[in-house]
Write a protein that binds this ligand. Structure first.
Ligand SMILES: NC(=O)c1ccc[n+]([C@@H]2O[C@H](COP(=O)([O-])OP(=O)(O)OC[C@H]3O[C@@H](n4cnc5c(N)ncnc54)[C@H](OP(=O)(O)O)[C@@H]3O)[C@@H](O)[C@H]2O)c1
Length: 327
């Protein structure tokens, strides 16, 4: 069967990892790379075996041999670059966070519909086998009524190391970069919350260096989640029920090992072959082969709810990027 031809727009750090996942997929090939610098595009293309390199994003999007373009630029460009690709008739996989805010996300989804193309958020954790396993255990009432979930995703960075994380104009801060992962776990297990609270330590430029989110769900469960770009944390998730606990071992967002304690103790190996991003590449390949315009897992509804939740958390924390549709 003909391989799905992928293009990468913005060959930076994460794009390298996605390129490896494309190489690992039997259904895909990396065909083209578009950068603001031809040298950079050509170098990346050579390293990962792409035949085409372009010195502008516009040129990349104009190549009608492409089946799908992966948007890997900083958060604040996701809307502009996804829409550029879609207006050229290209299908799009857009990195997380899907956009800066819900208003931008809505514009992107409308653009996909107007141009009759596929669009998906690259929230790869939702496609992993461990996600299904936890959902199945909770549905089977393995730990009784849920009381509390705690989870975190923190790492140490600096403006010198990763400038985009500290710049309001690039959508900096912990929430959109890593807070989205514990939020994704909690909301994938319990649905979106009925009420929320949040606290943050802001940098002098006003983005959240560290932030904590308190969620209350309709089933009575609560979650306390935190994220940071200036310190480390254990990176595990614990769900406490009235009759037991589920531990998703670090790094919880990769969902590779889960321990159930409910009188007896059982550990499930939910690791997977290949790159963390391979199943996401396969989800896109499969949707395109089936002529779908939306993934049933990373659906538009999921993405809109997540963007709205992060907008609401940002309002409580007082984080304003002064760009995007909420500026
Ligand atoms: N799924 C995951 O696990 C994961 C992990 C890390 C990051 N991400 C997401 O992926 C996106 C990119 O993250 P990254 O760490 O790969 O970013 P990065 O390396 O800092 O930047 C990616 C690329 O964006 C392009 N770009 C366009 N305008 C830019 C600007 N004004 N400033 C800087 N770069 C610009 C650059 O490509 P050219 O210069 O070649 O045009 C750059 O190489 C983020 O939204 C992030 O949340 C996802």
């Amino acid at each position: 069967m003909k391989k799905i031809k992928w293009g990468i727009l913005g060959p930076g750090r994460i794009a390298e990892k996605l390129a490896v996942a494309i190489q690992q997929s039997e259904n895909a090939e990396l065909y083209a790379v578009g950068s603001r610098s031809l040298d950079k595009a050509a170098n990346f293309a050579k390293r990962f075996g792409a035949s085409q390199s372009y010195s502008s994003y516009e040129e990349l999007c104009s190549d009608d041999k492409l089946d799908v373009i992966y948007i890997a630029t900083p958060h604040s460009y996701h809307c502009e670059h996804s829409m550029l690709a879609m207006k050229h008739g290209r299908n799009v996989l857009c990195e997380k966070p899907f956009a800066l805010d819900a208003g931008e996300a809505q514009k992107m989804i409308q653009c996909a519909k107007d141009n009759n193309v596929f669009l998906m958020e690259a929230m790869w954790s939702r496609l992993l086998p461990g996600m299904k396993k936890v959902q199945e255990l909770l549905a089977a009432n393995a730990i009784g009524p849920i009381k509390m979930m705690s989870a975190d995703f923190c790492f140490t960075s600096s403006p010198e190391d990763k400038p985009r994380l500290f710049e309001p104009a690039l959508g900096g801060g912990a929430l959109l970069d890593v807070g989205i992962y514990p939020l994704t776990l909690a909301c994938s297990f319990f649905g979106f919350p009925k009420s929320i609270e949040a606290e943050a330590d802001l940098t002098d430029k006003g983005v959240d260096a560290t932030s904590t989110y308190f969620l209350n769900f309709a089933n009575g469960a609560k979650a306390e989640l935190y994220s940071s770009v200036v310190k480390e944390s254990p990176g595990q998730a614990i769900i406490e029920g009235e009759e037991g606990t589920l531990t998703i071992h670090a790094k919880a967002w990769t969902l590779q090992k889960i321990t159930l304690k409910n009188g007896v103790e059982k550990t499930f190996d939910t690791s997977y072959e290949g790159s963390d991003y391979l199943l996401q590449v396969e989800e896109v390949n499969q949707c395109l082969r089936q002529g779908l315009k939306e993934s049933s897992v990373n659906s538009f509804e999921w993405t809109m709810n997540m963007m709205q939740l992060m907008d609401d958390l940002r309002d409580i924390m007082g984080v304003n990027y002064k760009t995007g549709t909420k500026a």
